[in-house]
Design a protein around this ligand. Structure first.
Ligand code: HEC
Ligand code: HEC
Ligand code: HEC
Ligand code: HEC
Ligand code: HEC
Ligand code: HEC
Ligand code: HEC
Ligand code: HEC
Ligand code: HEC
Length: 429
């Protein structure tokens, strides 16, 4: 439909409206009634969508944002003299939304816990600064992230700012190479983020505590509150790594070198699951990016890898042994439980590398190795008999004696239950 025809049609709607349609909806605004009947998608759709908008739910009509006079049934409803603004410009959007959302007294009537700093924060962001200073119309405004007529609280799974949907909302511009063409920044953030461990955990495990774009960049401001720079944001959720790193030699050096902390080794958007292979100077090792096998850093990196791998292989071997014993019908819950000590040590040792100090890594590894060797003594090997045979001490005279004693006692037991208690008792050897 051309504009003229739309207007003619609108006059017809006007007649129908006066003829009584409006009487059926005494509280209805003329805006919605006329627009619903216009048959032009961009004029009609807002009415349809708006029914599920939080503002509709709170009792606001079209005039709340667009102004005008909703008691007028004709086109004069859209009278600029009565505050009608039509489709708001980017700057008008901030004013319109801010009129309510920056008004503490007004908002308190509805929801006292809702923040009222969105506009203030927005003007600290690159988006807001570019809008204010350069009148750049392509930056995000309130209406780019909160899709008008479909605005919902962030907790609503259909909201454009629900954690699982934020990345695509930001990506609608940032991953659009054509749209972002005039700017000198990459457009790969969305694609990279979707390969990250954070996105993976969010989508496959439903763990919404993993970060998406706004957790690192702030909802409205340049960076989340309390964070002076996006590069420091990781420590909000990974405090142990951050504390160790900040105190380390690297922590000071990287600042001097002007390179980011965590992102130097982990990247910022494509953060992948870590592994011990990242340590050292070998193929996949990141330390080798800056260190040679000969320098102190490189040697330390190799030694860290060795000590952690030793704990890992010992732990895995002990675990596999117990698993086999369990498969053979043995009761291994106690030794398995005790082996958790080694697993915890492994987790702590991997975090402790962020101090970049071999002694502190070894200090975490040691109790793990101790825990594994205890399990060795009490554990089972895959063995040849159905019930396994003792490993570890069997090669010493004392151990052989213990094993023989154990087997004797074992034969005396008839049931698995009793065997179970034997397993536990022997694990204390
Ligand atoms: C009698 C029918 C009618 C009524 C009543 C009406 N409109 Fe419209 N509206 C139209 C038509 C036709 C257009 C498209 C032509 C134009 O832009 O003037 C339009 C366009 C608009 C636009 C888009 C303007 C743009 O720049 O793209 C907005 C926003 C709008 N109306 C809001 C309102 C609001 C708010 C009210 C109530 C206060 C209202 N309308 C009442 C018929 C109506
Ligand atoms: C919470 C604020 C808000 C409310 C309430 C609201 N709108 Fe809008 N509307 C906007 C914003 C912001 C835009 C501009 C969107 C943009 O720039 O993409 C807009 C755009 C429009 C447009 C232009 C669409 C286009 O693509 O050209 C129309 C038509 C419109 N609104 C009609 C309505 C009608 C009818 C109602 C009531 C049923 C309504 N709006 C209620 C904020 C609102
Ligand atoms: C007429 C006042 C008014 C205007 C204009 C307005 N809002 Fe609201 N908005 C509210 C009220 C009131 C609520 C409900 C708060 C509540 O009960 O949680 C709300 C809720 C919201 C929510 C959900 C908040 C939550 O977590 O519950 C968002 C998001 C939102 N508005 C964004 C916007 C945007 C974006 C604009 C501009 C396009 C805008 N609002 C314009 C008054 C307004
Ligand atoms: C770059 C995208 C973006 C822009 C621009 C933006 N918002 Fe938001 N907004 C978000 C995200 C993401 C959340 C969800 C935060 C969360 O998960 O708690 C949010 C949450 C909100 C909420 C809920 C309360 C809160 O603060 O968490 C309100 C209200 C709101 N925004 C209003 C606005 C207003 C008003 C503007 C314009 C001044 C605006 N937003 C601009 C992305 C944006
Ligand atoms: C409407 C399009 C649009 C949307 C949606 C949008 N942005 Fe932007 N953003 C831009 C434009 C345009 C720039 C300016 C580019 C520049 O900085 O030169 C920008 C700049 C940025 C910058 C600064 C980049 C730099 O270093 O200069 C960050 C960070 C950013 N946006 C993050 C986000 C996040 C996070 C979201 C979602 C919560 C988002 N943006 C949503 C258009 C958008
Ligand atoms: C885990 C935290 C984190 C997440 C999640 C994240 N970013 Fe970033 N982002 C960063 C860091 C750190 C930088 C680098 C900041 C700097 O150098 O100033 C950055 C830089 C940027 C930049 C500047 C240009 C560039 O690529 O260097 C843009 C734009 C941006 N991010 C957008 C996004 C968008 C869009 C998303 C979601 C799809 C997102 N970011 C998710 C941490 C994050
Ligand atoms: C909003 C919280 C949050 C922020 C911010 C955050 N992360 Fe994460 N991160 C998580 C969660 C949750 C996981 C998954 C659980 C886990 O492994 O701790 C995770 C996992 C990781 C992993 C994988 C760990 C592994 O076991 O392999 C790395 C590496 C990582 N994050 C690095 C970073 C870096 C670097 C930054 C900053 C650029 C960052 N994270 C920002 C919450 C966050
Ligand atoms: C010099 C490189 C380097 C820097 C800088 C660095 N990491 Fe790591 N990070 C590693 C390596 C290597 C591993 C893997 C260790 C392993 O699995 O043996 C790792 C593992 C991790 C893990 C998984 C292990 C765990 O603790 O859960 C997280 C999470 C992590 N880093 C977060 C961070 C954060 C946050 C920062 C910034 C405060 C940071 N890293 C800085 C190299 C680095
Ligand atoms: C971005 C470059 C970079 C990366 C990646 C890096 N380092 Fe370093 N590291 C340095 C620099 C520069 C020094 C200071 C060298 C000096 O003082 O001679 C240093 C020093 C060290 C030191 C102290 C050496 C001394 O002389 O006391 C250790 C230990 C160390 N690094 C371990 C590691 C480990 C382990 C990794 C991998 C997880 C790693 N580094 C990754 C740049 C890096």
């Amino acid at each position: 439909m051309t504009l003229d025809r739309v207007i003619v049609f609108a006059s017809l709607v006007f007649l129908t409206v006066t003829a009584g349609v409006l009487n059926a909806q005494p509280q209805g605004e003329t805006c919605a009634v006329c627009h619903a009947a216009l048959g032009v998608e961009h004029l009609t759709k807002p009415v349809e969508l708006y029914k599920a908008d939080i503002h509709a739910a709170k009792g606001f009509g079209c005039v709340a944002c667009h102004g005008g006079d909703a008691t007028q049934m004709g086109l004069e409803a859209m009278d600029r003299a009565k505050g009608y603004i039509g489709k708001p410009t980017p700057t008008q959007v901030i004013e319109v939304c801010g009129r309510c959302h920056s008004d503490a007294r007004f908002m308190r009537q509805y929801n006292p816990s809702l923040r009222i700093d969105q506009v203030a924060e927005y003007y600290t962001s690159v988006h807001g600064r570019r809008l204010k200073e350069l009148k750049d119309p392509k930056v995000a405004t309130c209406a780019s992230c909160h899709i008008p007529h479909s605005i919902r609280p962030p907790s609503d799974a259909r909201s454009s700012v629900y954690p699982l949907r934020v990345a695509d909302t930001c990506g609608s511009c940032h991953a659009n190479a054509e749209y972002m063409g005039p700017y000198k920044i990459p457009t790969d953030q969305l694609a990279k983020y979707k390969k990250s461990v954070h996105w993976n955990i969010m989508t496959s495990k439903g763990d919404l505590s993993a970060p998406t774009c706004n957790d690192c960049h702030g909802n409205h401001g340049a960076a989340p509150p309390g964070i002076s720079w996006v590069g420091n944001v990781c420590g909000q959720c990974h405090p142990i790594n951050a504390e160790l790193f900040n105190k380390s030699r690297h922590g000071q050096l990287f600042v001097q070198m002007g390179i980011p902390g965590c992102a130097t080794c982990h990247s910022n958007h494509e953060i992948l699951e870590t592994s011990d292979a990242m340590l050292g100077v070998g193929d996949k090792a990141i330390c080798g990016n800056c260190h040679t096998p000969q320098d102190t850093g490189g040697k330390t990196a190799v030694a860290m890898r060795e000590t952690i791998e030793r704990l890992r292989t010992d732990y895995e071997a002990a675990h596999a042994t117990l698993a086999r014993a369990e498969n053979a019908g043995m009761e291994v819950s106690q030794p398995l439980f005790e082996l958790n000590g080694a697993k915890t040590a492994l987790v702590k040792a991997r975090a402790s590398i962020h101090g970049f100090n071999l002694d502190s890594v070894n200090a975490e590894v040691k109790p793990g190795l101790d825990s594994v060797s205890t399990q060795r003594i009490g554990g089972f090997s895959s063995g040849h008999s159905r019930f396994g045979r003792w490993t570890g001490p069997e090669n010493t005279p004392d151990g052989k004696k213990a094993v023989r004693g154990a087997m004797r006692r074992f034969k005396a037991f008839k049931t698995f239950k009793k065997f179970n208690s034997l397993g536990i008792r022997l694990s204390a050897l």
